[in-house]
Every structure is written in structure tokens, then in C-alpha cells.
Ligand binder design. Structure first.
Ligand code: SAH
Length: 393
């Protein structure tokens, strides 16, 4: 099946960006089935790409290939093999038995995320096209990795935009217990692939947890938005004098306490606090509390650029308070995983927070998502995590 684009709307495809918006099509033929493969043709009749059609989404088509090649099981085998080979080359397994095997568009498979947790895989399908090929992809994952057990966590809001309902549960094999233990940089973490955030763990922060942990020795640390304690465990393991971990989720904090125990870390140096970070930072400011290191890893405030302004205020708010609470020479490790706030804007927000806190600060490191979450040069949206380590001067 062929769909013709309006004149001039082939430009983004010629730059190899994989998304085509509904407004780019000359006419929208409603007979294309959800997820079916269509050829995208320029107004001058030139073949541009082969894509998955999504009748309900504003992103009406997502490109599988810019070549004139069949989209079939062997096509996906090739993509999956490439993704696995890249992770082998990166030797991610030497650092952790939990890592991202397939990162959507950036691995050439829009809509598919696959994370490996030890001897099982968690798959997330978010688009009409990925849903269409999901069973084939599940079979291929077993054939290409040798791993028999796959859990599905297709329960993200964006599926609604594609006209898809949430789906969770065992996709292949048997997974009697969704709670499992992984090892990251020699530290153990309990995770729950059925109820945890994302596919169970924030794998994208692995290297940053390690990096920030290494700077925590002898420091009193405030870890805001701690989830199951990724940064707290690394800080304690590296000899932090004390760690206060804050999150609004009681379930996350319960796992954090377990994670401290299974790593034999000194529980007497750790305190969990269940509550709202925005309120707590204000309370600490009013009490003149201070810390040597503050970590801010909030949830996505701006999923898209449309939310950037409101998100910017929230980022500024917490960073300003953090700068106030830091001792002279203290470190702020601050992150944003919002696609709608790019690295340059994030740095500006942090700078204006320091200014309003009347603080001098320098950046000692720019951080990003781990290399098992690669970013296609033609799909900058694949890069979403940015972080700065700043020192208060
Ligand atoms: N740093 C963590 C991931 C943090 S995810 C890691 O390395 O694993 C963001 C966390 O913020 C979630 O656990 C969520 O429960 C928590 N959260 C969201 N809004 C919050 C708020 N207003 N106050 C406290 N915690 C919040």
C-alpha cells in the first residue's frame, strides 16, 4: 500500500527522521489497518520509506526502513541482532546483568523497548506498528538471546494515543515471581518487574549512580526522588557518612530498605522519608539544614516541549532550594529526564536557580543516559536524560 505526502513534507524523511505526522499526508485513507506496512511516496512519486501505519495517532506513520526491502521476520531479526551485538561490544554485561537491549527508534525498531534483567526480558510495546509485530519480535528475542521468559509491560499512557489498551503479564515462558534481584556495579538491587516503574528499574541511570556514588565518601547526602535507592545504595557503599532518602512512594522505600540489607550496608547511616520533595526542601530551608551532597532525580515534568514552561519552573524551584541547602564545597547532582527540556535549557534553568539562590557554582560533569540507551543521530528525541554535577563555591 502506498501513501503520498504533500509537497515539501518529504524533508524530514530525507533527513532520516522516522516520524510522519498526519498533516503531512495528501489524503488519509482510512482503510489501512492499524500497524500495517505502507510505502511513503513523495508528491513527485519517489519512494521515501517503508513504515508502520497508525490510524489513531498524530504520528501517523513510523519508518521501519528507508530502503526498498521487505518488512518481515528476517528484517526484525537483523535489527535485533544488531542491537544485541552493540551491547556485547559495549560489554554492558560486565557492569550489570540488567540493561537495555533494544531502545526503540534508536535501535531501528520504533515502539519497542526491551530490557534484560538476568535471565528474563521485559518488553514494552507502545505503537501500532510495534503491536502488529509484537508476537514475531517475542519469538525472535527467544531465538536470538536464548532467553525463554519474557514479561510484557505495555502499560504506558502513550499507548492511548495509538488507540491501544494497556497490557501487562507473561508474554513467553513462565515467570512465577515478578520480584527478582539484579546486580549493578557489584551492588544488588531487588526489583519488581510487574509493579516497578518503567520496566522495573531506572536502567538509564546506572553509570550516573556509580559516578555520583564515587563522590559521596564522607559526605552527608540528601537523595531526593530516591525510588528504590539507586543513588543511596551507591553512596552508602562508597562510605557516605549519612544518607537521607526521600520519595513519595512507600513501596519504593520498602524496596530501598531491603536493598540496604541485601548489600550489608550500615542501616544506621540511612534514613528513609516518605513525603513530597517540594515541601521537604522548603521545610529544611526554614530549619537551616545543610548537606554536603544533594541528588535531584525527579520524574518527567515535561513529556513534550508543550510542557516545558511549567516544567522549567518546577526544575528551578527544586534546584534553587537545593543550592540553598548545600554547604560551601557541597555537590549537587541534578537530573532531568524530560524530553521537552533539552540539555541547553536544563543548564540554563540550573544556572538561574544558582543565581536566585545567590550561589556561585561550577559544573564538574555533564551526565547522560547509559550507552545501552543509544541515540540515533537522526532521532534526537531518543536522548532524554541529562544531568549536571555542580560544586557550590
Ligand atoms: N533516582 C532513582 C529514580 C527516580 S524516579 C533511581 O536511580 O532509581 C522518580 C521518583 O520520584 C519516583 O520514585 C517517584 O515515586 C518519586 N516522586 C515523584 N514525585 C515526587 C514528589 N513530589 N516527592 C517525592 N517523590 C516523588
Amino acid at each position: 500500500m502506498k501513501i503520498t505526502l504533500k509537497a515539501g513534507r518529504e524533508k524530514s524523511l530525507l533527513r532520516r527522521h522516522p516520524w510522519v505526522f498526519a498533516s503531512a499526508f495528501q489524503s488519509v485513507d482510512e482503510t489501512h489497518a492499524s500497524g500495517s506496512t505502507v510505502d511513503l511516496i513523495s508528491s513527485e512519486g519517489q519512494f521515501l520509506a517503508r513504515a508502520a501505519y497508525s490510524p489513531h495517532s498524530q504520528i501517523r506513520a513510523r519508518v521501519w526502513t528507508f530502503n526498498d526491502e521487505p518488512i518481515d521476520k528476517e528484517f526484525f531479526r537483523k535489527k535485533i541482532r544488531e542491537a544485541i551485538e552493540l551491547r556485547n561490544r559495549l560489554q554492558v554485561e560486565g557492569q550489570s546483568d540488567a540493561f537495555r537491549l533494544i531502545h526503540g527508534e534508536s535501535d531501528g525498531i520504533p515502539g519497542i523497548v526491551v530490557d534484560r534483567f538476568g535471565n528474563l526480558l521485559v518488553l514494552q510495546s507502545t505503537t501500532a506498528g510495534s503491536e502488529f509485530w509484537k508476537e514475531v519480535i517475542a519469538d525472535l528475542l527467544i531465538e536470538e538471546t536464548g532467553i525463554q521468559n519474557i514479561y510484557e509491560r505495555s502499560d504506558v499512557d502513550v499507548r492511548e494515543l495509538e488507540g491501544l489498551k494497556p497490557i501487562t503479564g507473561v508474554l513467553r515462558g513462565a515467570i512465577p515471581n515478578p520480584q527478582l534481584q539484579i546486580t549493578e556495579h557489584n551492588l544488588k538491587f531487588n526489583i519488581n518487574i510487574a509493579t516497578g516503574h518503567k520496566t522495573g528499574f531506572y536502567l538509564d541511570q546506572r553509570e550516573n549512580r556509580h559516578r555520583v556514588g564515587n563522590l559521596a565518601q564522607g559526605r552527608n547526602v540528601l537523595n531526593c526522588f530516591c525510588y528504590t535507592g539507586g543513588f543511596s545504595i551507591n553512596a552508602l557503599a562508597n562510605g557516605a557518612s549519612s544518607v537521607l532518602s526521600v520519595d513519595s512512594s512507600a513501596d519504593a522505600l520498602a524496596l530501598l530498605e531491603k536493598n540496604i540489607a541485601i548489600n550489608n550496608l550500615p542501616a544506621d547511616r540511612h534514613t528513609s522519608f516518605e513525603g513530597d520533595v517540594f515541601q521537604l526542601l522548603r521545610k529544611f530551608r526554614d530549619e537551616n539544614r545543610s548537606f554536603d551532597m544533594i541528588i535531584l532525580d525527579p520524574p518527567k515534568f515535561a513529556p513534550t516541549a508543550a510542557h516545558a514552561e511549567k516544567a522549567s519552573r518546577a526544575y528551578k524551584d527544586i534546584n534553587l532550594l537545593a543550592f540553598k541547602l548545600l554547604r560551601h564545597g557541597g555537590m549537587l547532582a541534578t537530573f532531568s529526564c524530560s524530553g521537552g527540556v533539552d540539555a541547553a535549557l536544563f543548564q540554563k534553568i540550573v544556572a538561574s536557580a544558582a543565581l536566585d539562590a545567590n550561589t556561585e557554582a561550577t559544573i564538574i560533569e555533564h551526565l547522560t543516559q547509559g550507552n545501552d540507551h543509544p541515540v540515533s543521530l537522526h532521532f534526537p528525541e531518543g536522548g532524554y536524560l541529562k544531568g549536571l554535577i555542580c560544586v557550590k563555591r
